[in-house]
Design a protein around this ligand. Structure first.
Ligand code: GDP
Ligand code: IMO
Ligand code: MG
Length: 434
């Protein structure tokens, strides 16, 4: 399908996986919201309420954690796929938040019965693990994500299908709370009360039951009808459990393959992979970050930007890293790029881009495997002239200052993928299609 969102430039949609190509918070929520206008179905397939996707609609701001950002477009159908880990209480809270803002989800939100549950003992175990790690902590969102995926892989997880069957849930939960409490006590944490969790989760289950469905079946019905499907990635490539800066990562496959396994989408039905990048780089939590630069962080924080959407923590900031992003384009198969937050660089007279790394006297053009090596990288920078112009009112590619276009073209060439969207503000109408 071809569409021209603002007249002129065309954008090819079809079935698209949208992923973050950095360390998360690239602006995926905003871009999903814009693209949903022309999609039929929006699917989340991994991660959990560790995600925080911000969408600005007029004067209202929404932060979505588990529900796909596509929900803000009337009549669009949204699926929470089998690969997502769901805290039922968080999901109910999110539904309540949408209801308060008059967003109706009736008949257009569906939750996979195969999705795993995040339980209160997961969060408690995670707090213990982080505390014990001391200064080596991962800096997680403390949403229980790692332990929930751990249980899934260890085959001791509880799923949505279990939650909605009160009897089965009771016996399974009793056993799991008993086992988890043994661990929690050994780690010096606060044991979980079976009764309290059972009652809290059963009450959430009653709210969620009408949404539970065979989402893979629904996806395939949509494919048969040639519907346009958009996959909303959470986190980013360098937080991927396999491709990221392990162990400072999240516990799911955030890269494009995760969209298939986490939903039941066959890889050969995917038409495009769109990578979302910021015009600079940010990261929340611990772990190596080669192009980190405190001065850029101070500038952005002073502008009131770059505070985490889930935890409110200030994000670490740095220059654009073309080495890491090129590698992200390779592992995801990115053929289209959306660049956000271009306006964040409006006040700089010079802008740097990392084009290679130096490691122990050698020049390399890939992200090393071991985090101690990544910590030691010395970025090799190319410097670009800034534009010192407010870009937030730019309406077309040619409206953008020439130095912006030069900068974006350079990034596109370094990464090896074309830029189809340039974003100059959080609002829907601050989006330029190329
Ligand atoms: P996500 O997790 O990838 O969806 O990104 P977040 O929502 O966590 O963080 C991105 C932040 O950037 C949000 O506050 C967005 O509203 C904001 N944003 C997205 N695109 C732009 C842009 O082009 N300019 C500005 N100023 N803000 C943007
Ligand atoms: P969105 O979808 C940025 C980070 C955490 C921590 C690491 C592991 O909004 O881009 P976890 O709680 O997942 O076990 O934490 O991953 N992290 C994110 N950083 N954006 C996110 O999601 C993130 N989700 C997790 O800060 O470093
Ligand atoms: Mg976010």
């Amino acid at each position: 399908m071809v569409f021209a969102p603002q007249g002129g430039a065309f954008c090819f949609m079809a079935n698209t996986i949208l992923i973050g190509a950095q360390w998360g918070d690239e602006g995926k929520g905003k871009i999903i919201d814009v693209l949903t206008e022309k999609a039929d179905l929006v699917v989340r397939s991994q991660g959990g309420a560790n995600a925080g996707h911000t969408v600005r609609v007029g004067a209202k701001e929404y932060i979505l954690h588990l529900i796909p950002s596509g929900i803000l477009r009337r009549n669009k159908v949204c699926l929470i796929g089998n690969g997502v880990v769901i805290n039922p209480t968080s999901l109910v809270k999110e539904l309540d938040g949408l209801r308060k803002k008059k967003v109706s989800v009736k008949g257009r939100l569906f939750i996979s019965d195969k999705a795993h549950l995040v339980m209160p003992y997961h969060s408690e175990l995670e707090s213990c693990a982080e505390r014990l790690k001391g200064k080596n902590k991962i800096g997680t969102t403390l949403r229980g994500i790692g332990p929930a995926y751990g249980d899934k892989i260890a085959r001791t997880g509880l799923r949505v299908a279990d939650l909605i069957n009160e009897q089965r849930f009771e016996s399974q939960l009793r056993e799991r709370v008993r086992d988890a409490n043994r661990l929690i006590k050994a780690l010096g944490g606060k044991p979980i009360s079976f009764k309290a969790v059972y009652s809290e989760y059963c009450s959430a289950a009653r709210r969620l039951k009408p949404f539970v469905a065979n989402t893979t079946g629904m996806l395939h019905e949509a494919l048969e009808k040639d519907k346009e499907i958009l996959f909303e990635g959470a986190q980013g490539t360098y937080l991927d459990i396999d491709q990221g800066t392990y162990p400072f990562v999240t516990s799911s496959n955030t890269t494009s393959g995760g969209a298939c396994t986490g939903s039941g989408m066959p890889p050969n039905k995917v038409d495009h992979v769109m990578g979302v990048i910021k015009a600079y780089t940010t990261r929340v939590g611990s772990g190596p970050f080669p192009t980190e630069d405190d001065a850029i962080g101070d500038m952005l924080h002073n502008m009131g930007r770059e505070f985490g959407a889930t935890t409110g923590r200030p994000r670490r900031c740095g220059w654009f890293d073309a080495v890491a992003t090129r590698q992200a384009a390779q592992v995801n198969g990115i053929d289209q790029l959306a660049v956000t937050n271009i306006d964040g660089l409006d006040k700089l007279s010079e802008i740097r881009v990392c084009t290679a790394y130096r490691l122990r006297g050698r020049t390399i053009n890939y992200v090393p495997t071991v985090s101690e090596d990544i910590e030691q990288l010395k970025p090799v920078y190319e410097t670009f002239p800034g534009w010192l112009t407010d870009t937030t009112q730019s309406k077309s590619w040619m409206d953008l200052p020439v130095n912006v276009r030069k900068y974006l073209n350079a990034i596109s060439n370094l990464i090896g993928a074309k830029i189809v969207i340039a974003s100059v503000g959080p609002a829907r109408n601050q989006t330029i299609f190329r």
